[in-house]
Design a protein around this ligand. Structure first.
Ligand code: ASP
Length: 332
């Protein structure tokens, strides 16, 4: 039987409804979720470990480092890994962890639920059973398993607050569908080389979501705090205002003069940023702004945090950012 390490990190899946509250959720610390599903032992030999217990809004780079280092340290002792995690920032954690692992040869499956395990109509049981099953298969991806689908972690995003089908991967098809059979459609082919793990992230990032009426000069003081990269969530294919006080151009020039990376992403989740198509995009391109292409915003952010955490050299960072590292963006 396959050996699976199940890492608990918190989230709704492990919470409980406070008595008489009508739906308020609170932490249910140290709840061994496999106790709710004893049948899991028919699928795999599972060992559980609580790495921390948080609402995922509080999960960030130090926690990603703990999760990745735990998997690295136990890599040879298990056939696969399942991480139970809150849904709110699950796509960030999945993206971040995917960048940490080069030449992954085992499944790392992240799941959670919209309704706590302790509630009868919960989606937790189905998600956890699917995730454990998936973790027993020959599959070398960091993936999100949710509502009968497996998505590449660094292509995923939380699209719904209230639906059981909370996750999608807008620019990449699901890696597998879970029906009567599990059909794996895509998976990164391991290179045959040794797995490498680089669990460190920089937090010197700023994300700016543009809106009509925004005066970029107001945001210049934010660049004073050691920011090394600004990720801009622009309009459509990566467009932004270029007229009068609303023009983003002086802000971009300031970043460039201070050797701060600028990445142009989009507020639209489907399709790709294109810095050739419109005038503002071409100005950005000429200034050296990097296109996030079809990456999710979660990947655009965590990829830069990973690269800034791992490399010092500007060229090494830029060269790696513009090409796919772990299947997070489509090839040119
Ligand atoms: N707030 C919860 C969390 O992300 C939501 C969930 O797990 O669904 O931890």
């Amino acid at each position: 039987m396959k050996r699976i390490l199940l890492l608990q990190t918190g989230g709704t899946i492990a919470m409980q409804i406070r008595r008489g509250s009508g739906g308020t959720l609170e932490n249910n610390q140290s709840m061994n979720l496999t106790r709710y599903i004893p049948e899991l032992s028919q699928i795999a030999h599972i060992e559980c470990r609580e790495v921390f217990f948080k609402d995922s809004s509080d999960v960030g780079p130090p926690d990603w480092e703990i999760i990745a280092a735990t998997i690295r340290d136990e890599y040879h002792a298990y056939d696969g890994f399942v991480i139970l995690h809150g849904t709110d920032t699950m796509a960030y954690t999945a993206s971040a962890i995917s960048f940490c692992f080069k030449n992954l040869t085992k499944p790392v499956i992240i799941t959670g639920s919209q309704v706590p395990m302790s509630v009868i109509r919960s989606d937790a049981k189905r998600n956890l059973i699917n995730a454990v099953q998936m973790a027993t298969l020959p599959f070398s991806e960091v993936a999100i398993c949710f509502s009968d689908k497996i998505f590449r972690g660094n292509r995923s995003t939380k699209m719904s607050i209230g639906e059981f089908t909370a996750f999608h991967s807008p620019n990449f098809p699901p890696l597998a569908e879970i029906g009567i059979n599990i059909t794996i459609k895509h998976s990164i082919t391991p290179s045959g080389r040794q797995m490498e793990c680089y669990p460190s992230f920089s937090e010197s990032i700023m994300v700016l979501r543009l809106f009509p009426g925004m005066r970029p000069a107001q945001f210049l003081p934010l660049l004073e705090n050691g920011v090394r990269c600004v990720i801009i969530a622009g309009f459509g294919s990566g467009n932004f205002p270029i007229q009068g006080d609303y023009s983003l151009i002086p802000f971009l020039e300031t970043c460039v003069n201070r050797n701060i990376f600028v990445v142009m992403a989009s507020q639209a989740v489907y399709d790709s940023v294109d810095l050739e198509k419109y005038k503002s995009g071409r100005i950005a391109r000429d200034l050296g702004v990097i296109s996030a292409r079809d990456m999710t915003i979660e990947s655009a952010i965590t990829k830069m945090m990973y690269l800034l955490g791992r490399f010092e050299n500007t060229h090494q960072i830029r060269d790696r950012y513009i090409r796919p590292l772990r299947g997070e963006m489509s090839a040119d």
